[in-house]
Design a protein around this ligand. Structure first.
Ligand code: CA
Length: 218
């Protein structure tokens, strides 16, 4: 687990409280110190005060938008990594076109688990090594390598669809916790996903058939 210091501090600038809350929950659970701001001005204040390693920055903010916030961050502090949250594909072109120095971007709806993985990847790169150890979860004869996104059963690689992998990763991250179908859906499918919650059961059944019925998924 990372310790509480500037290098493990994340600032989330997002005006949608449900998205901000979900990110905060997942990042805290992953061991990060998280500060949330609901607008650009507040975000810049928190960034100045807390000196985070990573800023997760929504583009569509009330008042000053995320692009302007990024411009100001870059004008004052080169060290912090910026991961943009975008609601539309066109915004990605704007981010790239403006050469704001975005380190990464994630399109909504997104899975908070994927965001945590991006933050980890970003921090590893900042720490200066691709060789830094990554999380490997072993459950019985199943090994989940969270860094390589690779799953092995009895030593052999098991090909998983993206959703299956994402579901497995969330279940691994939350071992021992009873998650509701809704929580799993929000985490694996993104908060914007609308549909039958039994989709989770179908994917769990697919995972079980690939990994063996003995694999404890909850
Ligand atoms: Ca927004």
């Amino acid at each position: 687990m990372p310790v509480a210091s500037g290098s493990d501090t994340i600032v989330v600038v997002e005006d949608d409280p449900s998205i901000a809350g979900l990110l905060e929950l997942y990042l805290r659970r992953a061991g990060y110190v998280v500060h949330v701001a609901a607008d650009g001005e507040g975000g810049l204040d928190v960034i100045r005060a807390r000196r985070p390693a990573v800023v997760i920055l929504d583009i569509g903010l009330p008042g000053m938008d995320g692009l302007e916030v990024c411009r100001r961050i870059r004008a004052s502090d080169e060290a912090v990594a910026v991961i943009f949250l975008t609601a539309r594909r066109e915004e990605i072109d704007r981010i790239l076109g403006l050469e704001l120095g975005a380190d990464d971007y994630v399109t909504k709806p997104f899975s908070p688990g994927e965001m945590v993985a991006r933050v980890r990847a970003r921090l590893r790169r900042q720490a200066g090594g691709a060789t830094t150890s990554v999380a490997v979860v072993e459950v019985g004869n199943v090994v989940v390598d969270l860094g390589r996104r690779e799953v092995k059963l009895d030593g052999g690689v098991v090909p998983l669809a993206t959703r299956e992998y994402e579901l497995l990763r969330i279940l691994c991250d939350n071992r021992g916790l009873a998650l509701t179908r809704r929580q799993i859906l929000d985490a694996a499918w993104g908060t914007g996903w609308v549909g039958d919650e039994r989709t989770v059961d179908v994917h769990v059944a697919q995972l079980r058939s690939k990994l063996g019925n003995r694999f404890p998924l909850s």
